[in-house]
Write a protein that binds this ligand. Structure first.
Ligand code: F6P
Length: 360
């Protein structure tokens, strides 16, 4: 009997989704087992509605360098999994029940889900309900617990770094302060790494609430040393010290005119100094395009380890990386846990030591 393996990509996309699927598929199809792969379209939505196609070796050819996901993706909030599948049938089956039904009807032996935090929580739920789940840790945010790296992160670091590099030259020409807003949701990994890689003068991350006065002091110090431009890399989730004591609704209200943190910060700085400031928000560009060589290697390694876990029947695992080696972590132990930048992170500490301001 063939081993039937379902596969889906869920949540925000990133670089390395296709190369991960290629690694898993090649690892499975190259084994001595008869394996059938079913690819579900648009994340958990495809599993709910049994919307899939059979995939063969050729489907995984030529996709190592391809960005995005060949299966499509969607956001299916975890908190809605017990809600009815169809709004017009409130008494009908729930989204969770619909997924379990598809799993059973198709006779799946395993389900591989590629996704971030929310995806992982749903993967855990499916696992608790008897599905044989393998989770592959995807996100540019690098915020999943139990793994040192998520795939997509390093590719996004490269893009964000290139953006800030480009901004550096124009900032220098015009003697301006530039605020570059970097993605990362509620954590600062992407901003920290791209900020350090591009020589940002100020790095603001959610884990360290900032004081605008401290930032202005740094900018003035630079001016005094005839460094007439400055770069501030700010994480989209960064908050000020004042906001750290507020509820999220109050923070929203506080920023109602600007919405994004970068424009909010620009207003705060302009009240305190005369140097011209500009904002750059590269946004989803950071998630696009081809994976870096690092991510191609990482996803191949993780993909093959995922395939091995399936072949060995070792389920309920996230395939992570630790000390450069693939590891299998129980999904139940990490689901719902966000990995923030710790204050003793070596990159953070090195950045502080070379004089980068964190606004505290
Ligand atoms: O989780 C990845 C991420 O790109 C975050 O960095 C960002 O906050 C969010 O997704 C953006 O979500 P969406 O694609 O739904 O706009």
């Amino acid at each position: 009997m063939a081993l039937k393996v379902g596969m889906l990509t869920s949540g925000g996309d990133c670089q390395g989704l296709n190369s991960t699927m290629r690694g898993i598929a090649r690892g499975l199809l190259g084994s001595n087992q008869d394996v059938k792969i079913l690819g579900f379209f648009n994340g958990y939505h495809g599993l709910m509605y049994s919307n899939y196609r059979h995939m063969t070796d050729v489907d995984f050819s030529g996709i190592l360098t391809l960005g995005g996901t060949i299966l499509g993706t969607s956001r299916q909030p975890f908190k809605l999994m017990h809600d009815p599948l169809r709004e017009d049938e409130p008494e009908g089956i729930t989204k969770l029940e619909a997924m379990l039904q598809t799993y059973q009807d198709l006779g799946l032996d395993a389900l591989v889900v590629l996704g971030g935090n929310g995806t992982q929580k749903t993967a855990n739920l499916l696992s608790e309900h008897g599905c044989n789940v393998i989770h592959m840790p995807k996100t540019i945010d690098n915020d999943l617990s139990g793994t040192e790296r998520t795939f997509g992160f390093q590719s996004a670091v490269n893009i964000a770094t290139e953006v800030i590099d480009g901004i550096h030259t124009t900032a220098t020409s015009h003697r301006r302060v530039f605020i570059v807003e970097i993605m990362g949701n509620k954590v600062g990994w992407l901003t920290l790494y791209s900020g350090v890689a591009s020589g940002a003068d100020v790095i603001l991350i959610p884990e360290i609430p900032y004081d605008p006065i401290e930032i202005v002091k740094t900018l003035h110090d630079r001016e005094k040393k005839n460094k007439n431009f400055s770069i501030i890399a700010v994480a989209e989730g960064a908050i000020s010290k004042e906001e750290a004591n507020m509820k999220s609704s109050e923070i929203k209200e506080n920023r109602k005119e600007t919405h994004s943190v970068a424009y909010h910060l620009q207003n705060q700085l302009q009240e305190l100094m005369i140097q011209e400031t500009r904002v750059c928000v590269p946004g989803h560009f950071q998630r696009g395009g081809t994976p870096t060589a690092y991510d191609r290697v990482l996803t191949t390694e993780l993909g093959v380890e995922g395939a091995n876990a399936i072949l060995e029947g070792d389920f309920g695992k996230m395939i992570g990386i630790s000390c450069g080696r693939p590891i299998r972590v129980d999904i139940k132990d990490v689901a719902g846990k966000t990995k923030k930048v710790p204050m003793d992170d070596p990159v953070l500490m090195s950045a502080r030591q070379i004089g980068i301001c964190f606004g505290d």
